[in-house]
Design a protein. Sequence first.
Length: 78
Amino acid sequence: MTCLFLQIRCRPVTACNLVDEIDLREIRSELYSISCDYDILLKSCPPKGEDVGRYANDKLPDIDGIERTHTTQTCKAI
């Protein structure tokens, strides 16, 4: 299973609304508030056979409040 970790930087005062919108889209398996250059960490596991490169691009960009994202794709190590 391939999982994506998306770090999301929010525009000021939009984090709570952003979290609610992500939750409504049912694309997360885990969602965290973090303290670093980004505000939210989203773990998402695209369905098997889904184009991973398009998955995040199709699901997130139109959510109001996202300033920037950084995506890390994982592969099973063992």
